[in-house]
Design a protein around this ligand. Structure first.
Ligand SMILES: Cc1cc2nc3c(=O)[nH]c(=O)nc-3n(C[C@H](O)[C@H](O)[C@H](O)COP(=O)(O)OP(=O)(O)OC[C@H]3O[C@@H](n4cnc5c(N)ncnc54)[C@H](O)[C@@H]3O)c2cc1C
Length: 538
């Protein structure tokens, strides 16, 4: 194949958006390479289907972290999308920009151009609010973010009232003027179908002659001429191919695979590369370091009143919900189960929210942790509340375990390794109890199933968290952005330090994890990153 202008590695949340933006002028030839297959699958498109794709090897890398001492030695399960749209095709669809302070901190960490006032126009350039709410007029992008307030289960109102009873105010729009508070999560759906950057950005862009998409093509390594990225070597249909890029290789393989590919290509901590016999192209010690993630636990309640379980558990309930979906594209199959939520300050002296909350009008105590049987909740009425620290301070890392690109890297999340993170767990656990003791919820609760009323002390609640907590699937910062090539991987224009023709544009460049879900912020990074790449190429 003749050289193209840009090769994009990975057709996930970031890659699909970048492919659209880089090909928009019609001038540059753009090739997008995605290891997985098409996203035209029922369980990808129907929102509730993420319960199926959660552990389906046809669309999921299904990674596993190393045994985690803080979680009683358990290996946490790390699903990642291996399909067009990436993790944005298998995620829970909650759309959250995060808090303004998240981005002001990115800027203050030495990344000019990434403060809240800088990134807000990029959020607005990607979102389409479907004409609903105060932000609708300000946003002008293709990614539909749906306000499902009127469709939320009636129990969500009780949750919001309980929050108000303990001092946390309602906000009608987490992604508007008041991002702090409690309310109903907006989701990335359009007319009852999952919306992703593949459906919103890439699909229309594929009509352009200068944009080509290769599915089921796994990049094995990046190729260099001196210190310039010249192309990639990939595996397609059993054949190994070398492809060339004239202007840049753009790495959008996500927080696990972007650092893995850099390491496999000789960019990373020198001693580690030498240990595997990989010739060092450029030593960058921070590749794979700085790993951050959200870790949450759910508190389960048996309810005295009917919950979503009553609708989804019986076979006839499933049938009715299915019919409602087919006929109207509404109802529980069109929603995320994470309906209520919030970003709150557990202590009013804090500058920005420290806890993210979830309220699901359904319960799944009977499910094993590696399954998300969303259509098979408990056979009795139940619901759950959940929390995680917004900005955990623990830092993990990941590294290749073999020079073989087909072997998954070793992931060391290092959860709960700081006193601050353990304290956040204790604060969050007591908050769950205060919330469910407040009248609007207390009146509905038969009893707390998990962790159970017998666990009351700080030690018991922390131990319970260690036994039951799991990732919320938000790993970031493994190719972290920053000024210093010793502690970071890319600069504020997302160029890899010390190399030419190579950018990383995905969740791995976040300077720190945002206070909420990471899909929207990743799309924003892609929008801004593509604009910077085009501006620098002029
Ligand atoms: C189960 C789950 C639930 C989640 N829920 C939410 C939620 O409700 N809200 C939210 O905001 N966020 C959520 N997230 C997180 C969010 O989806 C991610 O932060 C976001 O998708 C990251 O985007 P990315 O572009 O960095 O990576 P990805 O979207 O993962 O894209 C990376 C792409 O690169 C491809 N790739 C990797 N290696 C190679 C290779 N060597 N060659 C070719 N292609 C390659 C992958 O197959 C993938 O398509 C969830 C994630 C998961 C897994």
């Amino acid at each position: 194949m003749d050289p193209v202008d840009y090769i994009i590695v990975g057709g996930g949340t970031a890659g699909c958006l970048v492919a659209d933006r880089l090909s928009a002028s019609g001038r540059d030839r753009v090739l997008l390479l995605e290891a997985g297959g098409s996203d035209r699958r029922a369980w990808v498109r129907v929102p509730i289907g993420y319960g199926r794709t959660f552990n389906d090897p046809a669309v999921n890398w299904m990674y596993e972290a190393e045994p985690e001492p803080a979680l009683d030695g358990v290996r946490s399960y790390w699903p990642r999308g291996k399909v067009l749209g990436g993790s944005g095709s298998i995620n829970a669809m909650v759309y959250a920009r995060g808090q303004p302070a998240d981005y002001d901190d990115w800027r203050d960490l030495g990344n000019p151009g990434w403060g809240w006032s800088d990134v807000l126009p990029h959020f607005r350039a990607i979102e389409d609010r479907g004409g609903v709410g105060a932000e609708a007029a300000a946003t002008h992008g293709p990614l539909r973010v749906t306000d499902v307030t009127t469709q939320a289960h009636p129990l969500v109102r009780a949750y919001i009232e309980a929050c108000a009873a303990i001092g946390y105010a309602y906000t009608p729009d987490f992604n508007g003027a008041q991002p702090e508070g409690v309310g109903v999560y907006q989701i990335t759906t359009r007319k009852g179908l999952r919306e992703s950057t593949a459906t919103a950005f890439l699909r229309p862009a594929l009509r352009r002659k200068n944009l080509e998409l290769w599915l089921r093509t796994q990049v094995l390594r990046l190729d260099f001429e001196g210190r310039r990225a010249a192309g990639v070597t990939c595996l397609r249909g059993g054949q190994t191919l070398a492809l060339r890029a004239r202007k840049a290789v753009v790495l959008c393989a996500g927080s696990v695979n972007s650092p893995q590919l850099l390491q496999l290509s000789g960019i990373g901590p020198g001693a580690m590369l030498q240990g595997f016999g990989i010739p060092t192209v450029h030593e960058l010690p921070a590749v794979g370091r700085n790993l951050q993630d959200h870790l949450a636990v759910s508190y389960f309640y048996r309810s005295r009143v009917s919950t979503l379980n009553n609708r989804l558990y019986p076979w006839w309930g499933k049938m009715l919900a299915g019919m409602q979906y087919v006929l109207t594209r509404r109802g529980p199959l069109s929603m995320s189960v994470n309906q209520g939520g919030g970003f709150i300050r557990s202590n009013e002296k804090l500058r920005t929210p420290d806890l993210q909350l979830y309220f699901n009008p359904a319960s799944y105590t009977a499910s094993r942790t590696r399954t998300r049987r969303l259509m098979n909740p408990d056979p009795f009425p139940g619901f759950l509340t959940s929390f995680n620290s917004c900005r955990p301070t623990s830092r993990g890392h990941l590294e290749i375990r073999s020079p073989d690109p087909l072997v998954q890297p070793a992931i060391y999340p290092n959860y709960l390794s700081t006193e601050q993170d353990r304290q956040d767990v204790i604060v969050g656990a007591h908050l769950m109890r205060r919330l469910t003791a407040a009248k609007p919820l207390a009146a509905l609760i038969d009893h707390e199933m998990l962790p159970g009323a017998a666990k009351t002390t700080d030690e018991e609640l922390l131990q319970d968290f260690r036994e039951r907590a799991g990732t919320v699937f938000h790993p970031v910062s493994t190719c972290v952005m920053g000024k210093d090539p010793v502690t970071s991987v890319v600069d504020a224009r997302l160029r890899v330090h010390g190399l030419a023709g190579l950018r990383v544009i995905d969740a791995s460049v976040f300077p720190t994890v945002t206070s909420g879900n990471t899909n929207g912020p990743t799309a924003m990074v892609a929008e801004k990153g593509a604009a910077m790449l085009l501006a620098d190429a002029e």
